[in-house]
Every structure is written in C-alpha cells, then in structure tokens.
Design a protein around this ligand. Structure first.
Ligand SMILES: [Zn+2]
Length: 147
C-alpha cells in the first residue's frame, strides 16, 4: 500500500516557554498537531494550512524542516495500519498564547514546555526540544508593527 504523506508542526510562542499540542481525549497524552498532505500540496503548504485551521495562521513556519519520521498506524483514510511519512516543521507564534482561543471541538492547547516533556510521548518531547533549538537559532520573530 502506498504510504501516506503527513505534515506536523511544533509551534512555540515567542518566549519559547509554551508549545501548542494536541491532547488525546482518551489517554491525556500530548502529541504534535499533524495533517495529511492533500492534493498537490507541498509539505510546507500543508503545515501552513494546518496552522490556519487551528487559528494561528500568523505563525511562521521555519525552514528547513525539523525532521522526517515514519510510523505505521490506521487513520481516517485507512482502517488498517498504513505507513505514514511525517515531515515535521517548527513554527514561531508571534502573538500572546493567552489571547488565543481554540477552534470548536478542538483538543489543541498551549502547554508549558516542561509539561510537554512530562506528558508527551518520548517522540513529542524530542520534537519540542528540537523545535526550541531551531527557534533559538533563528531568533524570535519581530513583533507586529503598529501594535
Ligand atoms: Zn493516513
């Protein structure tokens, strides 16, 4: 079976103290927001669409991507486990996470990076730390002018 291409994003706020993660309603575990790549999208475009869907389209997707990983799991498009190739990016959110409200029926939330370390899967914690390193190397995004 053909592998599914997905894009995921580690979104950090400007201070690098908070990260946007998805909480699994059943287990409470945290994971990085992920979306299937659709149509002829490039992976980075899928990552930006994902951020718009979450309501943080102003977040800046950093280049190059953080990493590439593969895993076998079932999804909405396949009842049986299928190989997923995940292109993970880091993104910098220039605004105050406290002023953000999640989309309806969404389980995404800003959490302290320390919480992500404790409650995330080992893979999630490693991605968050990699995202923090990339954000530090890029510098924080410039604040929006005129505010
Ligand atoms: Zn899939």
């Amino acid at each position: 079976m053909r592998a599914h291409e997905v894009a995921s994003v580690v979104v950090l706020d400007a201070s690098g103290a908070q990260v946007l993660l998805v909480r699994d309603p059943a287990t409470g575990s945290l994971r990085v927001p992920t979306t299937h790549v659709e149509g002829g999208e490039r992976h980075e475009e899928a990552a930006r669409r994902l951020l718009r869907d979450i309501g943080i389209g102003q977040a800046q997707v950093l280049d190059p991507r953080l990493g590439l990983s593969q895993d076998q799991y079932a999804c909405l498009a396949s009842e049986t486990a299928v190989r997923h190739v995940d292109h993970c990016y880091a993104a910098a959110y220039p605004s105050d996470p406290a002023a953000w409200s999640p989309p309806r029926d969404s389980s995404v939330a800003w959490v302290d990076v320390a919480t992500a370390d404790a409650a995330g899967t080992p893979g999630t914690a490693a991605l968050v730390r990699a995202g923090m390193r990339q954000l530090a190397a890029h510098g924080t995004p410039a604040p929006t002018e005129g505010r």
